[in-house]
Design a binder for this molecule. Structure first.
Ligand code: HEM
Length: 537
């Protein structure tokens, strides 16, 4: 009897399990079908709404242009073709998931970038993966939250603050140049620029942000390695569409590495901000003593910044902004410097003219130091810098969404919620705007030649309310580093030892910022100048 009962019990359990599975299975199937139908309806809606935009050939009605997105030299050449063919804009879709309007003409870009910040949204296509690192910071936030942060952060980029930062740029460039001198003396005259310059920009940001001497140009730093690792992993994630879903990503090897690097970066920032708070409160206490006040860095300024109601940022918000300062400031500036040096290496006559300009500026001085007041006295060097930012923009594109429809010229409307990919690269290489756009010609930025140019033809720092808050900082650093480099070294195209190609045949690599496949190699020769006292760190 009990055996029969046992068998019966088992059969019933199996039946119950099968029933449960079939209910769950049917449920899952229904959810999947509803999801698919919603996706397809959305896809049809966008296809209809974006029909006023030209649509380049897609691989299929469903996959669209998914397979055509390439972060390579060929990808950039494809943008050149799009710009040649469509002149101002076109629409793209990446499977049924993302529908994009791609814009690459100043008149079209203007309507988008100048839209009020209150209706502008940083979409998740590019920015979502930065959130675990940067939090809800200036770069990512929207609406009122963004505008409060921007007001509170503005003082950190004011001229008074920039003047202090210029001293740090000199110090970090000196360390890099001393290292180059040692390498050249050992016979290593062919150097990869990105490795050296990225460490130098990180070093100078750490000095400007936290008055922190990491010594990262000379020996390895856990914090700096973690930042480099995070930047690499962000790029990797962007290219793997399945990794876009958090619940997949955090289970992958890359997701685990990301979390580890994140914990290094976050604990560093937390600690350094807490130390600054303590120092500031000690300084307030010793206000009436003779203790010398130290120069204010980025952290000091944002820790004491207050809004109209007398409220400042919380510690968590300050950490997010400090992380953003490091993220947004290091790769972009390093990319800009490397490509400027590369362009000058390839155009010796422009290089000589810049060097002469810097030597004239330094004449009669007893130290090689570029000061704040010198920056406006380097007009030709600045023209070369601008032309390099046009030809090799560190940031290739920005994306936006809007909470209202936006009218573009030619009776076309971008429906609210559509992702707009504003192509900085495309605009800077648009033959409708620039004659011979692939040619390096600094004379384009001669004051006599810029009259009549469209206001949004040159946008390396984007434009409008969400433009780069760090652009004056960046332009100051570029001028200091380029001027000091030319004063001390003669540059010519180098050879990539692995590929055996000279840097004349460089393949561009558009990642988070514009890099070069296998690096950018330059040949350095010290300039024979009378040895002057050079400030060390
Ligand atoms: C050559 C160097 C640089 C280039 C080419 C550059 C370019 C840009 C671009 C194109 C944007 C717009 C991004 C978007 O809309 O998604 C941007 C925003 C931003 N940049 Fe830069 N940047 C540079 C240097 C810096 C530096 C040195 C800092 C800070 C120290 C910085 C901090 C920021 C921040 C915080 C934003 C967000 C601003 C906002 O949304 O209000 N950038 N940058």
């Amino acid at each position: 009897m009990s055996v029969l009962q046992g068998v019966l019990h088992q059969v019933l359990s199996w039946a119950a399990l099968c029933h449960i599975l079939s209910v769950v299975g049917t449920g899952l199937c229904t959810v999947a079908v509803v999801w698919m139908v919603k996706l397809l309806v959305r896809h049809a809606w966008y296809t209809h709404k974006l029909s006023c935009f030209s649509k380049p050939h897609a691989d299929s009605w469903l996959i669209g242009h998914l397979g055509q997105m390439k972060s390579t030299e060929e990808g950039l050449m494809q943008v050149d073709d799009l710009v040649q063919t469509y002149k101002h804009s076109c629409s793209w879709f990446l499977g049924p998931f993302y529908h994009l309007v791609r814009v690459f003409h100043p008149d079209y870009i203007k309507s988008l970038l100048m839209a009020p910040a209150s209706i502008t949204v940083k979409d998740d296509l590019i920015y979502a993966h930065l959130r675990p690192w940067l939090g809800q910071s200036l770069l990512i936030s929207n609406g009122d939250e963004w505008s409060r942060r921007r007001r509170l952060l503005n003082p950190a980029f004011h001229f008074d603050a920039l003047k202090t930062y210029v001293t740090m740029f000199n110090a970090s460039a000196n360390i890099m140049h001393n290292k180059w001198r040692r390498l050249v003396a050992e016979g290593r005259t062919n150097l990869e620029m990105f490795d050296h310059v990225t460490l130098m920009t990180l070093d100078s940001l750490l000095k400007c942000a936290f008055s922190y001497n990491s010594n990262c140009q000379e020996s390895s730093s856990e914090y700096v390695s973690a930042i480099v690792e995070l930047s690499d992993l962000i790029i990797d994630r962007r290219h793997k569409i399945l990794h876009h879903w958090d619940w997949i990503y955090w289970r992958t090897h890359q997701g685990k590495r990301f979390k580890k690097a994140l914990s290094v970066v976050h604990s560093f920032t937390r600690e350094v901000i807490q130390k600054h708070r303590t120092l500031i409160s000690q300084q307030i206490k010793s206000e009436f003593t003779t203790t010398p006040q130290r120069k204010k860095d980025f952290a000091d300024i944002i820790l004491t910044s207050k809004d109209e109601d007398g409220k400042g940022l919380t510690d968590e918000e300050i950490q997010a902004e400090a992380n953003t300062f490091m993220f947004a400031g290091h790769d972009t500036t390093a990319s800009a410097i490397c490509w400027i040096l590369y362009n000058l290496a390839r155009h010796q006559h422009y290089q000589e003219t810049c060097r002469q300009e810097v030597m004239d500026l330094m004449e009669g001085r007893d130290r090689h130091e570029i000061q704040w007041e010198d920056l406006s006295n380097l007009p030709f060097t600045t023209m070369c810098i601008r032309e390099s930012l046009r030809l090799h923009s560190p940031v290739q594109a920005v994306t936006r969404k809007y909470t209202k429809d936006i009218a573009l010229p030619g009776d076309c409307t971008v429906p609210k919620g559509t992702i707009c990919l504003v192509s900085i690269y495309g605009t800077h290489h648009n033959p409708d705007v620039w004659t011979n756009p692939q040619e390096f010609n600094p004379m384009r930025f001669d004051p006599n030649n810029i009259m009549g140019r469209a206001s949004h033809a040159f946008i390396p720092f984007s434009s409008g309310p969400r433009n780069c808050i760090g652009q004056k900082f960046a332009l100051a650093e570029l001028r200091v580093v380029v001027a000091l480099t030319l004063l001390r070294f003669r540059l010519s195209p180098g050879v990539n030892p692995e590929m055996g190609t000279s840097s004349g045949g460089v393949r561009r690599l558009p990642l988070l910022v514009l890099r070069a496949e296998g690096g950018l190699w330059l040949q350095l020769e010290p300039v024979d100048l009378p040895r002057l006292e050079e400030p060390q760190d």
